[in-house]
Design a protein around this ligand. Structure first.
Ligand code: FHN
Length: 579
């Protein structure tokens, strides 16, 4: 992830109340994709159309006049604003972002500047945003609008795809003047305070155009935020990719928009629902990396949020009721890596250990230098947990042990609070973990680049990018406690290219010993939680560690596969203890 400051932040500085305060505090929001595509529901002329539901106009090549006919069938008689907002509240979500206008160009509110809207073009004829605004106000939820500022498939002069770089030549300015700017004004004057405008796919917009929209929002509602996808880095916070789960903590303000199944807009045939356990894992994982989780629902054309979404959100809400303190207003973990047992967040001198796996014996945490004043479970704050802490002087290593109850209080994620006597202070080097593994990730490495012309960068997700030179390499210093033999796994991920690429010859060196091998596609794993981002792990050999201490490990790229352009997209080197 880029270490630059979240865009727009500097411009906002100097104000007394930070407009991002509520958004940082919130951490969890509801995305709603609802529009004419919900009528089509993934089918066109009786045929199932693959990919995203809200993209059906493009994917089924539907002419504008035919697509516009869907409006005549849009009659969401079961729509109930209070029920939708109530669900968000029950789930523990603090803001709602709803599609006021998606790429199809249809306005889901009463837009005086266009007849192509829910009030003028549908039999329903009511402004759902008015009702949602009232329900949100009552429930204390921030209402926010998604607005596709660049892509508008009903307007030939607007952007026609996310990549469209020619719109300015075709008359984007005219579309901005006639539709986009007037509609933004409407959204910011018709519904009371708006939390943020969620711009999307800026495509070929110029800096001046992005700034014009940003200034318009600020002028009409000074406290209203704008999402990073306004383009040209002028948003208030930055957006990760759709469903993107970064490997490391973020600097600045970030958000991941994500789906519960595989589509944003409703599709009858998409039943690929992530489980409540996976969704809670993602919430906890993102919070531990300082990232807001904007989780989508795609209501039907009748106005109903699909039952599988409802049950999952309620389940998340039950967890949030007990454990929300570990999410709301927290910052990313002070540890520069994640742990296999769970995730960590921090707030006000407290660490929240969110355990995904309950330990059989004692729970051990390495590398925390602080003194722990007390420890307890969020599920039972009165009962204190016994803590023991020691420091190995020779290795300069801190170990914390907790005596936890034998059974986990929560079936998904149990939270232990550590109250510290000072701000968190953590050993920043990679350390061997309780299960014996050592995980070496690129953001913790020293990147050596004698070949400056072919610089290695890191993607927002924490994977190496542009590693094409065999003269450049990575090294890590890490602490190890358990001597023995270790399997060496090289893990590749999807980098900037859409696929994981293979066939790189790599060499891993530790002291005088080294192993080398070809990265291969044999062991591709797709984590159910991060199903859109496959990883491939290749075992390239074994290395021994004779005694505890600090070691250095290096990885070199020996040879690239023929014709390969994206380079080695390294996610980590894993040392796995062999019994
Ligand atoms: O193209 C859209 C897509 O339909 C959906 O709205 C997502 C949500 O983040 N944004 C765009 C793709 O990134």
């Amino acid at each position: 992830m880029s270490s630059r400051k979240a865009p727009g932040k500097a411009r906002r500085a100097g104000r007394r109340v930070d407009p991002l305060k509520w958004w940082r505090e919130a951490r969890f929001g509801m995305f709603i994709h609802w529009g004419l595509y919900s009528v089509a529901a993934g089918y066109w002329r009786g045929e199932p159309i693959p990919r995203l539901g809200e993209w059906i106009k493009k994917h089924a090549n539907i002419p504008q006049d035919e697509y516009a006919q869907l409006a005549k069938q849009f009659n969401p008689t079961k729509f109930n604003a209070a029920r939708w907002v109530g669900l968000a509240k029950q789930a523990g979500m603090k803001y709602i972002v709803i599609t006021a206008k998606h790429h199809d160009g249809f306005a889901m509110y009463d837009s005086p500047c266009s007849e192509y809207d829910i009030v003028d073009a549908t039999p329903f004829g009511r402004d759902v945003m008015k009702q949602l605004a009232a329900a949100c106000r009552k429930a204390g939820i921030r209402l926010c609008f998604y607005y596709s500022q660049f892509q508008d498939w009903a307007e030939p002069s607007a952007g026609q795809s996310a990549e469209d770089q020619d719109a300015n030549k075709r008359g984007l300015e005219g579309y901005l003047r006639r539709k986009c700017i007037p509609q933004l004004k409407e959204l910011l004057t018709q519904y009371g305070p708006v939390g943020l405008i969620w711009f999307d796919t800026p495509g070929g917009m110029t800096l001046a155009q992005s700034l014009r929209l940003r200034r318009l929002v600020q002028r009409l509602q000074p406290a209203c935020l704008v999402s990073g996808r306004i383009g040209n880095e002028v948003g208030d916070y930055a957006s990760l990719g759709d469903n993107q789960i970064p490997r490391r903590g973020a600097e600045g303000d970030w958000e991941t928009p994500a789906t519960i199944n595989d589509t944003w807009g409703f599709k009858r045939q998409d039943h690929n629902w992530k489980s409540a356990a996976t969704l809670l894992y993602l919430l906890v994982d993102l919070a531990s990396k300082g990232v807001n989780y904007l989780l989508n629902v795609g209501p039907t054309a009748a106005g109903v949020i699909p039952a599988p979404s409802v049950t999952r959100l309620r389940e998340m809400g039950r967890w949030m009721k007990v454990n929300g303190e570990a999410i709301y207003g927290t910052a990313a973990s002070p540890f520069p890596y994640t742990h296999r047992w769970g995730r960590i967040t921090q707030k006000d001198g407290k660490l929240y250990l969110m355990l995904l796996r309950w330990p059989r014996g004692k729970f051990i945490l390495h590398g925390l230098r602080n003194k722990v004043r007390r420890a307890y479970l969020l599920a039972d704050r009165r009962k204190m947990i016994a803590v023991s802490q020691r420091h190995d002087r020779k290795l300069d290593h801190h170990v914390l042990e907790l005596s936890l109850p034998s059974r986990a209080p929560d079936k998904y994620v149990s939270v232990v609070v550590l109250e510290l006597t000072a701000r968190p202070n953590v050993d920043q080097r990679p350390i061997q973990q309780g299960d014996g593994r050592i995980s070496l990730q690129p953001h913790l490495a020293t990147i050596h680049m004698p070949d400056k012309a072919a610089a290695i960068r890191l993607t927002r997700g924490g994977v190496t990018d542009g590693w094409v030179s065999t003269r450049n390499w990575l090294s890590w210093q890490f602490k190890v406690f358990r001597p023995g033999a270790y399997r060496v796994d090289v893990v590749m991920a999807r980098g900037r290219s859409k696929n994981v690429t293979y066939g790189h010859k790599v060499k891993v060196t530790m002291g005088a010993a080294s192993v080398q091998g070809l990265t291969s596609a044999k062991k591709v794993s797709i984590d159910p939680a991060t199903r859109y981002f496959p990883e491939a792990s290749t075992t390239i050999g074994k290395l021994g560690i004779e005694k505890p201490g600090t070691r250095t490990l290096a990885i070199h790229l020996v040879k690239l596969p023929k014709g390969e352009k994206p380079g080695l997209a390294l996610a980590s080197v894993e040392l796995v203890p062999l019994k």
